[in-house]
Design a protein around this ligand. Sequence first.
Ligand SMILES: Cc1cc2nc3c(=O)[nH]c(=O)nc-3n(C[C@H](O)[C@H](O)[C@H](O)COP(=O)(O)OP(=O)(O)OC[C@H]3O[C@@H](n4cnc5c(N)ncnc54)[C@H](O)[C@@H]3O)c2cc1C
Length: 314
Amino acid sequence: MNTADYIIVGSGALARFAAFKSAQKGFSTLRIGSGLPFDRFLILHENALRSFERNFGSTFGHPLHGLKVLDKKLKAYRNFDFRKYDTRLHSARYSKLLEYIASHDQAAHIEAKVSEIHADGTLLSSDGQKFTARKAIINTAKGFAKPQFRFRHKKEFHMAFASLDFDREWVWQINDRGSYAAVVPFENEFALVYSGDPSPLFQLPGIRGKEIRFQRLRFETYYSSRYVQGKVFHCGEAIRRMHPHTGQGLNRGLDTLDAYFEGKKLGKEKGYDFALFLGGIMLDKSWGNNRSLIRASYRLLDNRPGVKMLSGTL
Ligand SMILES: Cc1cc2nc3c(=O)[nH]c(=O)nc-3n(C[C@H](O)[C@H](O)[C@H](O)COP(=O)(O)OP(=O)(O)OC[C@H]3O[C@@H](n4cnc5c(N)ncnc54)[C@H](O)[C@@H]3O)c2cc1C
């Protein structure tokens, strides 16, 4: 089958979700993707949890109360409790979330790398096959659309998974000048992430003295409002990448696909993505860098409108 109503490009959570939505709406659907994305931890905000309930009839992930924030001497600074605002916060391993979404996605799939995507709805795979979408190509792969705005930050993140004897209900965050770190519980393990000086993280009880191997991650954050190019709809990191501090990259992509397949206008999605792109830069500049900015960012976020913004439910 080289022709379908919708051709979906990619093999991550958004491609799977797009394939599910397209098939659910009764369109013939073909997903073309190669490989699997690297594993990581994810924070699932209220918007994603509502989307799972609406589309799959269930929710997903490990429920959390919120963030416990410490300074680098491990003195408690703020309890950012999402329950106060009737908002949920869950965590998950990306590979598990992919399995969950894949269990609902019955669309046809071809394992191939896409090398060209054209605005007339045709695409080429790297082995020379041509495919045609009658309605649209939904593209979730990077490199086929040009961002309008880019933010290259200096922060280098380090991430690891570990078994720990630690709090399972809160994300613990160390956020102080020179040091940013987070401990995120999910299922029966934890994700650790830091940038800057890691020594405060290694002073936490349950982590002190542990041998943990970290993976280095470097990010670039970018945004473009040009979601649509002829018959091509770019979604997720194909068109914009949120800063990890906002925890909204995937969650917002799910909302955008929902809006697209439900025939809603995309102005709200673009506005939200841009606001979170700017918000991510603000958090990047403050968190782990400047005490006054750190305090200002929590004052902005730790209230009902702030949490609604962060959890994608404005
Ligand atoms: C460390 C880290 C933490 C994050 N935390 C959060 C969080 O807490 N909350 C949140 O919402 N988001 C978070 N994100 C962002 C989130 O992971 C991404 O926004 C989301 O996974 C993007 O999903 P995707 O399906 O678009 O792409 P991906 O998961 O990147 O999958 C795309 C896949 O498509 C395939 N592919 C690529 N190019 C081609 C091609 N040319 N042809 C065929 N197939 C191709 C590859 O297998 C590729 O891996 C985080 C990201 C990182 C790195």
